[in-house]
Every structure is written in structure tokens, then in C-alpha cells.
Design a protein around this ligand. Sequence first.
Ligand code: SAH
Ligand code: SF4
Length: 413
Amino acid sequence: MADTALMPIPGQVDPVPVARDITPRADGRVDLLGLPKAQIRALLAEAGLDEKQAKLRAKQVFHWIYHRGVTDFEAMTDIAKTMRPWLAERFVIGRPEVVEAQHSVDGTRKWLLRTADGHDFEMVFIPDADRGTLCVSSQVGCTLNCRFCHTGTMKLVRNLTAGEIVGQVMLARDALGEWPKGSMAGLEESEDAGHYSSDGRLLTNIVMMGMGEPLYNFDNVKGALQIVMDGDGLALSKRRITLSTSGVVPMMARCGEEIGVNLAVSLHATNKEIRDEIVPLNKKYGIEELLEACAAYPGASNARRITFEYVMLKGKNDSDDHARELVELIRRYKLPAKVNLIPFNPWPGAAYDTSTPERVKRFSEIVFEAGISAPVRTPRGRDIDAACGQLKTAAERKSRAERDREAAGVAAA
Ligand code: SAH
Ligand code: SF4
């Protein structure tokens, strides 16, 4: 826990330790990963380059980092040979450390990663016939204690920095071998320079659905996704990125306005009593408020629907009546919605069971018959604990009493 400093997180109930923007390194060099181009430029100017040089070099370095996946300044062949060691003395281009990489029988891959100050977190890659989705974490642990979620049993250790968030995408590209080969000159001349298409790539989509609540780490998630979407950065379309929130209502409009990605909302219940129990944040931001914020979400339309995630818990939220209530809610708020039904993924000590396949099917049919798409999400990577809600690293566990207290605290704040 050497390199963390206390800083309040916006929207957070209590201040928790988060990393500073630039995490100091023992060798005094600055890690450029995750910094916006303007900040790289300012750092280069601070180190002694004149404005014009700083601007040019920042652009080149940014391009090498995000378009080419380069981590060594020596490889930046359009930067003068003498300049490269000068950069290497002052800067590094980092990656989260890979502690363990696992492969599921169904092709899903999970990586256990470690921050420079020694905290573990996970990312998951899910290949499908027509796409490849990277599930990215935003925090180490989570404050929100959803009763069915394994991550929720971990203490929130800290927010991930923008570098640690974008670093997951970089690592996935490294692992999948997806950086362009060949000379920089060719790239600059090609029509597509700065605008890669996702055609032919394995990693085509990103979901902010790993560990943590992304809207409780808004600034860093925004900074990371801006680099992911930047034409000079990773150049992924905002239409291929989905952010999932458990319902942090006050941050939802800003998410739409300032980040502009697709929204997924972890609804999971149709009435206060059940949602209060399984998503304790509901005691703070109730269903009505949440659905009003969804109706007002910038950019939502019939062409870009909001996804409502609904985890199917046996005997808890999976009856025909619940399905009908769900339809009624979506209609009442006139939401451009689709529903994603997630069979509960079990973990040791969980208080719930998975709904039967017949129950899930019937629930899905009722929603579908009302004209709302309601696919069932096939669990992926369960054998390596990579499925939704199974991510949990070895960080300290909350006691049950602590979890109850936190849940009550969320409600009271
Ligand atoms: N914190 C964010 C994003 C991460 S969780 C959120 O809660 O939305 C991604 C999705 O997995 C959420 O819809 C979450 O509710 C769901 N989930 C959590 N635990 C699960 C479990 N054990 N089985 C199935 N889905 C789960
Ligand atoms: Fe946190 Fe999301 Fe898990 Fe809830 S479901 S505890 S918000 S990670």
C-alpha cells in the first residue's frame, strides 16, 4: 500500500484510498500509460522540450503507445535516435503485471493482474463467433455489496487509475497479438491511419462489467475510455463499449454526456422490497429515480437501447409475475430497452441458487411476447470463475457484519 494517497471519490459515501493521477515510481520515472495526450505534452515541456517539440513528440509517442502497442522508446523509429534514451530516462510505458492467465474450456480467458502497489484485480476475454468482448475492471473490490455478487464480498481496496483501466485493454491486445506489424511509414500513408476498423480483430467490444462500480470511479473510467475511443488512441467506436452500473443515479447523465457509451443497468428486481435486499444501493437510489434517469439517458434511442441486466435467482425474482412487472416498468417509463437475463453464477457461500432453465425460459418468453428483446446470457468461463459476478481476488474479505453495516451506510448516506 505504498503508493496510495487519500482522496475522496465523487459520489462515494466515505473517502477511500485511491491512487494519485501519476503514481510515483521508485526510479522517479513517469508512466505515460493512461495519460491524455495534452498531459504527455505538458510533461515533455516540463522536462525541457520547447512547445513545438513537445507537441510533436507527444503526438508521436501517443501514436506508438496506442496504435502500435510499443512499450520501448527505442522502437519509436520516427523519433530521433538521440531523443529515445532521453525519453527512456524520464518515462516508461507500463502494463499491469500479469500474475496468472487462465483458459476456460469454452475459450474464455481470465487474467489475474496486479497494480504497481500490489493490489490484485481481474479481466476476462470472451470470444464469440461474431465478436470478442473484453470485460474490464474499474475498482479493486467494490463498496456496494450486491448480495449475489462475489466481488461485493471484497473490501473496496481502491479505484483503478486510468492507466490501470486502459492497461487492461493494452494487455489483452498484447496477449491476442493484435498490434499492427510493419513500418510506421506505411501506417501513416494508409487511408486508415488513426481509424482502425474492428474488422478481423479478436477484441472488438469492451464492457465495463468487471470488478467494481464504474460510476464510483468516474474520472478514471472516463479518462481511460476517452483514450480507448480516441481515433489517435485505440480507436474503438463508442457503440462497441458498454458501461454497466448498479444504479448510481447522480452520475448517469454525466456518463451519457461526457463518455457517451452504451448503458447497461443492473436492475435485477421489479419492486423495492426485493431490490433493497439484493442491490442495497436501491435504498439510496430507488427504482423510480433509476428508471427516470434511464429515460433521460443522453443518446438512448430505439437504435441504441439501454440494457437492463436481470440476474435470475431461484424463488427470489424469477416468477411470471416478476416478468410481467418488468414489462410494465419498461412501458411505464417508455424506455428504449432490452433485457439481458443472466442465470445466477454460483460461488462458495452465496445465499442464492440459479433459477431452473425452464423458469429462465418462461421468464424470457413473457418479456419477449411483450415486444422486448430478452436473451438469456449463456454463462461463460464458469470453470475458471470468470463468469459475471464470480470475480474476486485474494484481497481482504468483508465480514458479514461489515457488509450489513456498509449496506445500511449506503442507505443512510
Ligand atoms: N458494478 C457494475 C458492473 C459489474 S457487474 C454493476 O453492478 O452493474 C456485471 C453484471 O454481473 C451486473 O449486472 C451484476 O449485477 C452481475 N452479477 C454480479 N454477480 C453475479 C452472479 N453471481 N451471477 C450473475 N450475474 C452477476
Ligand atoms: Fe459491485 Fe456490481 Fe458486484 Fe454490485 S454487482 S457488488 S455494484 S461489482
